[in-house]
Design a binder for this molecule. Sequence first.
Ligand code: TNX
Length: 510
Amino acid sequence: TGLPATAEQTTEPDRRLSDVIPAPAYTSADHRADFRIERHTSIRTQPGSKQAKRIGDYLAGVLRPATGYPLPVNSGRGKEKTISLVLGDADRRAGKQGYELDVGKSRVTVRANTPAGLFAGTQTLRQLLPANIEADRVQRGQHWTVPGGKIVDYPRFAYRGAMLDLARHFHSLDEIKAYLDELAQYKINYLHLHLTDDQGWRIQIDSGPKLTTQGGGPGTGVDGEGPGYLTKADYAELNAYAAARYITIVPEIDMPGHTNAAQSTYAELNCDGVAPPPRTDIEVGYSSLCIDDPLTYRFVEDVIRELAAMTPGPYIHVGGDEAHATTDEDYRTFMRKVIPLAYKYGKIPFGWNEITKAAPPASAVPQYWATTTENADVAEAVKRGNKILMSPANKSYLDMKYDANTRLGLQWAGFIEVKDAYEWDPGNHVTGVPERAVLGVEAPLWSETLRTLDDIEFMAFPRLPAVAELGWSPKASHDWDSFSERLAEQAPRWELRGVDFYRSPQIDWP
Ligand code: TNX
C-alpha cells in the first residue's frame, strides 16, 4: 500500500487547536491527548435535549461521508470512543454563544450553556479535522485525528451577519440554503435578506398579491434577468433551515426609497396616482413612497404585519438608505410613523444609518454602511443609547471588486482585497462609536452583478471569513499573518465542497 511507514507519522494531527476561523479565544494544546475518530466512535448528546440531539445528528451528517463510519448518535455501546455534546455547566466565559471543547485520547467533549454554543463548538471540531473531512466520499487511508487539548471560546460581538440581496437578482431557496451552510461554519449567526428594491419584490404578501407575481415576476431584476420570489412556505422553510444552523433571518423591506418595484405594480402608491415603468437598471435614489398619503401607511402596515407574523427572529429591517427623492423632513415624518409599526408587531427595527436622522428609540439598530469614519448623526444616536451594526462599505461590502480585474462586482466604495476586509477594527472605526456601542458586524452582498451561486461564493470567499473573524475573535488575537495562514487552509475545504472562491495573490494558497 502507499501508506507511510509508521503509525506515529500517520496519526499525527495535521492541524493545531488554534487553526480555526474565527480564531478561538483560548486554546491550550496537549500533544499526548490527540483523539482519533475510528470506525466504532459514537456520538452522545445531552439526555433529554432535542436540540442537542439535532446538533449531534448534524455533526454525524458532516462526518459520515468522508469517514464512511456509522457514527451512531446515542446508540453506542458505551466502551467506544465518544464525541459528547453536553448542555449546561460550561465555563462562565462561554456565555450564551460560546463553548468549551476538551479533546482527550478517548473522548471529545463539547460543552456549552446553550444549544447555539454547542453548535458553534461542533463547527470548531469540524475545522480541527483534516481538510478531507469535507469530501463527499470515503477517504481510504486517512486518519481522522483531532489535536489534543482544550479550547474556551466565545464571541467578541453578539451579532455576526451576512446580507444577501435578492432584489437585484433573485437567488433561489436552494442557493440561499447553500450559502447558509457555509455561513454556519464561520459562526455567522444572522442572515439579513434584502427582499425588496427598485428592481424587484421578493417576498409574498397576501394583502398585495401583485407585489410578487408582477413586482417579482418575469422580466424583473437587473437587465430583466433576475425574476423570482419567496412564497410564505419558502420563507418558513428557509427560517427553519437557518434555525437548524443557529442563524436568525433578518428580513428587509427597503423604504421610503428603493421602492420602484412596489410603485410600478400599484399605481396608488404614487403621489400622482401614475405607476412608473418597471426598472431594470442599477440607478439608485429616484423613487419615494408618497409621504403624505394615509394609504402609504396602510400599505406599509400590511406588509410589516404579515412579515412580522412569518418571521421568528426579533428583528425587521426597514431600510431607509439613499432616499434622495424624499426630503429630509418627509424622511423623518415617514420613519417616525414606520419605526413604531415594527414595535407594534413585536419586532425591533433595523435601518441603514440614515435612520439616525429620525432619532429612533434606543433599541432600534442603525446599520453603518458609510465609507467615512466620522458621522455626526450616528455619534448622536450612540449618545441616545443606540447600538450600531458595523458594515462600512469600503471594508465589509462583499460586492466590491477585489481589484481592477475582478470580473464581477462594483467599485464605488473602492477595491477591497482580503487584507482590506480584515484590517479594520469594528470597535474603533467611527468616531463616537466605541466598542460597547457596537452590536456587531455584517458583510453585505448586493447582487447587481451576481446571478449564480458561484458568483455569490466568488465574492464572499475569502472575504466573508475575514469579517466573521472580526466579529467573533478577541481583538487581542487580531493578526494578519496568523489569519492568512489559517485562511489558506480553508481552500482545500472549499474545493471539496465545490465552493467557488477568489485566489487572492495576498494569500499563500496550498
Ligand atoms: C448602495 S449600501 C446601496 C445599494 C446598492 C449598493 C451597491 C446601501 C445601503 N445601498 O442600494 O446595491 O450600494 O454596492
